[in-house]
Design a protein around this ligand. Structure first.
Ligand code: TRP
Length: 329
C-alpha cells in the first residue's frame, strides 16, 4: 500500500531557534518516524530570495539547514530531502498556476502585507508571488498533508483553491492538501513574553546553535514575573509560564509535574534546571551537526539523491499538467 504523501520546506535564512526546533524540525522527525507518510522535506531556497540576502551567506545557510535536517533526525533512507532550486518543475508549475491566481487574492495575503511593511524598500514580485510557488511545491507531489505553522494556513488555503479551480477547469489533476498543525507550543521571547521568540530579537532568542554558556546566560537573564511561586498562569505570569512551557516541552514532565517539582522552590533553582534541560537537548544535536558539517561530500550525495528522486516525481507530474492545458503537441 502506498502511503499518503507529506511535504514541507523551510527557507534557508539563517539560524533556527528553539521554537523552530520544537515546532518544525522535531515535528518533521516525528511525522517521518510515525511511518504513516511518504515524506518530502526540502530547502525552500527560491522562497528565501524574496527577502534581502547576502550571496556568500546564502550557500552557507543552505548547507547549514541541510545539516539541521539531518542532525535533528530526518533520515534520507526514509524521507526525500532535496533543494527546491534543483528541481525546475517547481518554477514551471508556478508559472502555469500564476495564470489562475487572481491578483487581488495575492494582494490580500497577510504575509505579503506584513513583509511589505517590514521591508518597504524591497516589495518585489517574488514576494508577491510567494504563495503561488508554494502551491506549486505542494501540488507537484500530490501531497495530501502539509505540516505548517499557523502563519502559512492562508497560503495552504490558496493552494487548495488553486487545485480545485484547476481540477474543475481541466479535469482531476491535483489533490487538495490538508494542513497539519503542530502541537508544539509557541515560544515567546525570553526578554518579552508578549512577543514571539524570533531570531531578529537576539537577546530573547534561544538559537539551536547556542553553546551551553550562552544558554545559561540567556536563561539567567530571562525576565520573570512578580511573586515567588513556580506556577503556570499565562495571564498573570506570562514570562514564567513561557519558561515552564519550554521545560515541559523538553522533558517528559507535564506542566502540572513541573509545578509539583518546583513547589516551594524559587526561580533561581527552576532556571538552573531549565538551562540544564535545554543544554541536554541541544548539545547532542550540536555534536551531530558539527560532525555532519565536516562531511560535505556525504551531504552532497544525500542531496543529489533527493534531487533526483524529486525531479523524477515532479517532472512526470508536470508533463501530465502540460498535457491537460494543451501545451504538449
Ligand atoms: N512558506 C513556508 C514557511 O515559510 C516555507 C515553504 C515553502 C513551504 N514552500 C512550502 C512549507 C511548501 C510547506 C510546503 O514556513
Amino acid at each position: 500500500m502506498n502511503k499518503p504523501i507529506l511535504i514541507s520546506g523551510i527557507q534557508p535564512t539563517g539560524k533556527l531557534h528553539l521554537g523552530n526546533y520544537l515546532g518544525v524540525l522535531k515535528n518533521f522527525v516525528e511525522l517521518q518516524n510515525s511511518d504513516k507518510y511518504q515524506c518530502y522535506f526540502f530547502i525552500a531556497d527560491y522562497h528565501s530570495l524574496t527577502e534581502d540576502f547576502n550571496t556568500k551567506e546564502k550557500s552557507k545557510q543552505i548547507l547549514d539547514l541541510i545539516a539541521d535536517y539531518l542532525a535533528a533526525g530526518i533520515d534520507p533512507k526514509k524521507s526525500v530531502i532535496f533543494i527546491q532550486s534543483a528541481v525546475p518543475a517547481h518554477v514551471e508549475l508556478a508559472v502555469i498556476l500564476n495564470n489562475f491566481t487572481p491578483f487581488g487574492e495575492l494582494r490580500r495575503m497577510t504575509q505579503f502585507k506584513e513583509k511589505s511593511q517590514e521591508n518597504p524598500f524591497n516589495i518585489n514580485a517574488g514576494l508577491f508571488d510567494y504563495p503561488v510557488l508554494m502551491a506549486a511545491d505542494i501540488l507537484l507531489y500530490d501531497a495530501q498533508f502539509v505540516p505548517v505553522g499557523e502563519d502559512q494556513l492562508q497560503h495552504l488555503e490558496l493552494t487548495r483553491t488553486l487545485a480545485r479551480k484547476f481540477n474543475s477547469k481541466f479535469g482531476k489533476t491535483f489533490i487538495e492538501p490538508k494542513p497539519l498543525l503542530t502541537k508544539a507550543p509557541r515560544l515567546m521571547s525570553l526578554d518579552d513574553p508578549m512577543k514571539k521568540m524570533s531570531k531578529s530579537q537576539t537577546a530573547g532568542c534561544l538559537f539551536i546553535d547556542d553553546k551551553p554558556l550562552m544558554i545559561k546566560e540567556k536563561i539567567k537573564k530571562a525576565v520573570t514575573d512578580s511573586g515567588k511561586e513556580i506556577r503556570y498562569d499565562p495571564q498573570i505570569k506570562p514570562a514564567l509560564s513561557n519558561l515552564i512551557l519550554i521545560f515541559s516541552a523538553l522533558s517528559n514532565y507535564s506542566i502540572k509535574a513541573v509545578e509539583r517539582r518546583f513547589k516551594n522552590k524559587g526561580y533561581a533553582e527552576f532556571k538552573k534546571e531549565l538551562a540544564e534541560i535545554i543544554i541536554k537537548t541541544l548539545v547532542p544535536f550540536q555534536k551531530k551537526k558539527k560532525k555532519l558539517k565536516k562531511q560535505t561530500s556525504f551531504i552532497k550525495k544525500i542531496i543529489s539523491q533527493g534531487n533526483k528522486k524529486a525531479n523524477g516525481v515532479s517532472s512526470k507530474k508536470l508533463l501530465q499538467i502540460k498535457e491537460k492545458i494543451g501545451l504538449k503537441i
